[in-house]
Design a protein around this ligand. Sequence first.
Ligand code: CTP
Ligand code: MN
Ligand code: MN
Length: 505
Amino acid sequence: MDKIRTPSLFPQRKKQKGMHPPISLSSCEVKFSELVIFIMERKMGVTRRTFLMELARRKGFRVENELSDSVTHIVAENNSGAEVLEWLRGHKMRDSSRFELLDISWFTACMEAGKPVNSEKKHRLMVKASSFVAGTVSQYACQRRTTLNNCNKKFTDAFEILVENYEFRENEVPCLAFMRAASVLKFLPFTIVRMEDLEGLPCMGGEIRNVIEEIIEEGESSRAKDVLTDERYQSFKLFISVFGVGLKTSEKWYRMGFRTLEEVKADKTLKLSRMQKAGFLYYEDLLSHVSKAEADAVSLIVKDAVWTFLPDALVTITGGFRRGKKIGHDVDFLISSPGLGQEEEEEEEVLHKVIDLWKKQGLLLYYDLIESTFEQAKLPSRKVDAFDHFQKCFAILKLHQQRVDTSSCDASKESDKAEVKDWKAIRVDLVVSPFEQYAYALLGWTGSRQFERDLRRYATHERKMMLDNHALYDKTKRIFLKAKSEEEIFAHLGLDYLEPWERNA
Ligand code: CTP
Ligand code: MN
Ligand code: MN
């Protein structure tokens, strides 16, 4: 490794201890007010940092003790650009393009010159250049490693509002364009601060650039703001927040003149589906996000039940929690076992048995069991967002919560009488797959939705293959490609493997 050499002008931390009496900031006149330096302590140590800060101040540089918005130059020693960025992220400084990231060698040059020197390429800690080339960013999310670290939330939040509005208006083309653009922005390792940052990136059409430009200049998107106050958007948003209510029902209720859930509930002539009734009944619980801890608790319940009937079953958490999300709107599970798929009977049985058990235990608040509709040797579905054919169950489980008793003895007697609700309703999706389709089911149910869309689009357009939650079909060779793991599916598609937490497209 190429260790950064520090000229002898700057003693290393041990030597200089106590050599210079500390001087106060006020005793130094700031000669170069155009730059504000911050020196990172990481891998440098307090003593050496203090020494360097005082030295610079004596020479007329402005050096800050704390990292603040006024900082223009960040100096680090023995840290890579990626390490500095990581550290900055931990300190809530995501917008790394606001300052220069410089190696100690730049600082040394300044001290030697007794004035600021222009930073040259050799001084700059490379972040973009080494790990990021805009022109190589793929238009497909399955060729981008997208973690939950979103540097461009300011933009993607606005995009998501626009996307939703297009969805509510069934305006497919711009909807897709904004979804794809948001996904590209989520992938970027830096924050967009000027329009030039978009150069070379895919999916950045004119419409999208306009929105980005406005957010850069004004700090917010007037279009997104308008949507948020739009009556139709607000009503739809409210309606679909009820489990069992989709676009069709929202449209109907909106046309009937309803604008709030209270108005919907008050109309006794409305025929609600069983699902929607459950949606209203457990509305508050279902609206509040499922935490990771709650997902883990549900996971124990699911495993316990499944293993009672199928001891060798694989029970895997899928969806957002498998991608590392800390919250979700539900908890998704995939169930399979080496025996499943051999004998029809057993495959159909396990989910029924689990449901019966939960019913007896009083844990099942709602369920909708959908039997498998899979036919052998069927070609993968052409439709990108199509439902799969697995046997599945959309359920609401009663999750008992540990009561945190903060009340005194007297008060707890009172609360016993009032019967405090000590459980939370949680949405749970259970999917059962034949064992030989397990890898495809896992890949399909891990998401994200944008990742899945792009994976299918990539298979179709780049490989002449058809992919769905059951299988991969090679249209050229006219064969189904078997896979035991997700890695094998990526390999069949000629893609580098992406871990679940890199699929947050
Ligand atoms: N999925 C699917 N078929 C369905 C429903 C979902 O293939 N009928 C897949 C989607 O690809 C999705 C994943 O299952 O990515 C999980 O779906 P969902 O729970 O809706 O989304 P999450 O990513 O888990 O997000 P959340 O945290 O909000 O639950
Ligand atoms: Mn989910
Ligand atoms: Mn789900």
